[in-house]
Every structure is written in C-alpha cells, then in structure tokens.
Design a protein around this ligand. Structure first.
Ligand code: AMP
Length: 404
C-alpha cells in the first residue's frame, strides 16, 4: 500500500494500547464502519473490551506484534512510549501514524525540546544533563527555581523534581536515579493550554482550542474551551501548532501542551517581541484535554484520528460552543467495593441536559486512576466549568471527596 492510498470502511485498523484513549478510538472507528484490532498486555482493558479483536501481549513480544501488524491496514497508538522495535515491526507491514520519527521525538524530552527549538518553535530555556557535574553547571546557568525531568518515561508529573536552590541538586539527581535528564528553567505561567491537531497525508491541518487546563496532584482535573486567552494569543498557539505539524510531517492526531506566560513576564535581555506561548511538550495522540471534543464539536479528536490514520483529510472541527470537561478519578468511588458514585444525581438539575457522562469500563477504581469524565456544554466557559464541577461534586458524598 502506498502512503497516499485511502483505507476504506470495512478495513481493520490496529491500535497499540488498551486504555480509554484506545477505547474511544474504537468507538469512533466503529461509527465510521471500520474494525479494530487492539494489542495491549491487559486482557480486560477499556479498549480490548470493545475491540473486534484483541491480542493480549506485551509490546516487546515481536512475534505477537508481527502477527497483529500483518492483520491490519494501518497502525496507530494511544501512548507515546511505544517501544521503537514494536513500531518498526509494525512499519514493516504498513503505515504507522503518526510515524516513527514523531514517536522518537516525543519519547525523549531532550530530543523533543531540541527539535522544537531547531524548528523555530518557542520553548523555555533548557539544558541536557547526563551527570551530576553537568547538572551543577546547568543549574548555575539556568538558576533556581528550575525543574529537573527524566528525559524518558515520565507522565502526570512523575519523574520530575523542582529545584528550589542549589542545595536540592544532589538529592534530586540521586532521587531520579542518575539517568539522562533535562533541566528546564521554571516558567512563571498564567495558565496551561493545549491545542489538539489533526493532519492528513495531504498536509491539511485542523486544530481544536486552545483548551485551558488545570491540574490537581499533577493529573489533569478540568479542561475548558474557549481558553480565555486573547485572540492574538490563541492565534499564536494555533500557528505554533501548525508549524509543528508541518515541521514533523505528522499524519494523525497530536496534542501540543503550552505554557501561556504572563503578560510582561519577559525578562530583561529576552526578545520583547516574543509571543506569550512556550511549548512544554507533545503527545502524538488524542489527549485527555481533547475529550470535550466528543460533545462540543461536530467531529471529535477520535474521529479525526480514525480519518487521518486512514489517509483522509481531516474535516472541519465544527465547534458548537463553550464546554468544560471534569475528570472522574477513582477517588470518587466508595472505598468499600463494590460501590459506585451516586449516578442518580446526574439529571437532577436543569443544566444536566447539557451534561454528558463517559465511563471507560475499568473494573477497579483506585485513587488517581482515570475512570471517566463529564462534559458540560453551556452559554459561557465559566458556566460550563460550574456545571461540570458541581455535577461531579454531587457524585460523591462530601466525606469521600479527596482533600486538596
Ligand atoms: P510535564 O510532565 O512536562 O507536562 O509537567 C507536568 C506539570 O509540571 C506541568 O503541567 C506544569 O504544571 C509543571 N511544569 C513542568 N515543567 C515546568 C516548568 N518548566 N516550569 C513550570 N512548571 C512546570
């Protein structure tokens, strides 16, 4: 199959990864007439439960990966830490979208920041460190506070330490396991935003957002569109995203996470014409912050993933209006199993007609585990946040709500 051939409905698509992002991809693929084969180690994961075929195997089991890849027309994934050998084995059989080069960039924070900087994309000051003396030199150069992150493997704030003074350096280096790291200057941001983008083989790109995101305990808590940033700042974020999509020749869906820095926060010596957006990181897949696209847009991020992986041009997103998403973590579930949040409280309020519940089919609730989400559509972003957050609060009696 050549790279521009369109994969028609009826074909089977391959999904590496068995979580909720994979599950929502399967749902979107089914709606468009495709079958999906999921490969993931978990025999009863959210995506495997709804897939047409599921191979329960490790990503390092190249015999299973080969068999999986031979059974599908194209392969995509729902997490960026797909081992390179697994992606290469899939690529030998057909398209892997987004491609291996994009995966390699997103898997290593040093390569990611270096590639972005080389593309002319604004990123904060950073330095690669592979030893304690290099870290000490980097701290002397970038100052404190700064953030030390492992180059590979981190997510949801794992594998990171904030260095408040030079006294923290040795402990942080040891604590992260003396592995290759990136040191980043601490960014004084006003808010964090993301842009989810879909790009076709023909280069057409469609963007969602910017979406404003707030976190709790390093896990995404609430996302909202519009982001509240000025039109100029929003335009900057979209332009940067398009530059990244073109620069990396992404085919598929990719999320760009940004820091929106404070107005006037530029320090002396920095380019005063510099924009207000710095790229923090890339996720070459649909993103938690894009879940509101399921209800707040005519075409969701998952439908875009299906279409672009199949070689189609992404259709216009079709924004419907302000919306907010609130994650439902396992903390909302009663400690004593079996038990469920108070689902009957949803629908009790007038605003609930514009509220949508999505659950991922995970059998076991654990604190911090993403079990589902709520999306509220409303007249304003503020009302959408209020509706989503209040509905979530009703799901758990006060005693069970995790403290801040
Ligand atoms: P990351 O895994 O890179 O997305 O980082 C997780 C969170 O840590 C981000 O969402 C920010 O809230 C915070 N963070 C990461 N890097 C920086 C930085 N250089 N400056 C300030 N905050 C940061």
């Amino acid at each position: 199959m050549n790279d521009t051939q369109i994969i028609e409905p009826g074909a089977t698509l391959g999904m590496l990864g068995g979580g909720q992002l994979g599950r929502m991809f399967v749902d979107a693929a089914h709606a468009l007439g495709y079958r999906v084969h999921v490969l993931s180690p978990d025999p009863d994961g959210p995506a495997g439960q709804v897939a047409d075929e599921h191979t329960a195997a490790d990503y390092g089991d190249l015999v299973a990966v080969e068999r999986f890849a031979a059974s599908v027309a194209a392969v995509t994934y729902e997490f960026e830490n797909v081992p390179a050998a697994c992606a290469a084995a899939c690529a030998a059989h057909g398209p892997v979208r987004p491609g291996q080069q994009v995966l390699a960039v997103a898997q290593d924070r040093v390569r990611e920041k270096t590639t972005l900087r080389d593309l002319g994309v604004p990123v904060g000051p950073f330095a690669a460190v592979t030893s304690l003396p290099e870290l000490e030199a980097a701290v002397a150069q970038l100052g404190c506070p700064s953030v030390l992150k492992t180059a590979g493997g981190g997510y949801d704030g794992k594998g990171q330490r904030v260095l408040r003074s030079a006294a923290d350096v040795t402990y942080a280096w040891e604590d992260l396991g003396r592995v290759p790291c990136i040191l980043e200057a601490f960014v004084d941001f006003e808010q964090e935003v993301s842009v989810v983008a879909a790009r076709g083989v023909d280069g057409t790109t469609v963007c969602y957002g910017p979406i404003a995101n707030t976190h709790r305990n390093h896990i995404l808590d609430v996302s909202v569109v519009p982001s509240g940033a000025t039109a100029e700042v929003e335009t900057q974020a979209v332009a940067i995203t398009e530059k990244i999509m073109d620069g990396l020749d992404v085919v598929g869906v990719l999320c760009v996470e940004f820091f929106q820095i404070r107005d006037g926060a530029q320090k002396t010596g920095e380019d005063p014409a510099r924009g207000r957006m710095l790229v923090n990181e890339l996720a070459p897949r649909p993103h938690n912050s894009g879940h509101l696209t399921l209800d707040a847009y005519a075409v969701s991020q998952f439908e875009q993933q299906v279409r672009t992986v199949c070689g189609q041009a992404p259709p216009p997103a079709g924004a419907r209006g302000p919306a907010a998403m609130a994650n439902l973590l396992g903390d909302l579930w009663p400690a004593a199993e079996p038990g469920e949040p108070a689902w009957s409280t949803l629908g009790a309020h007038a605003a609930d007609t514009d509220l949508r519940l999505h659950l991922y089919g995970k059998a076991q609730a654990r604190p911090g585990r993403k079990m589902g989400h709520l999306t509220a559509c409303a007249r304003t972003p503020h009302e959408a946040i209020r509706d989503a957050v209040e509905a979530r609060a009703r799901l758990a009696p006060a005693a069970r709500v995790a403290p801040d």
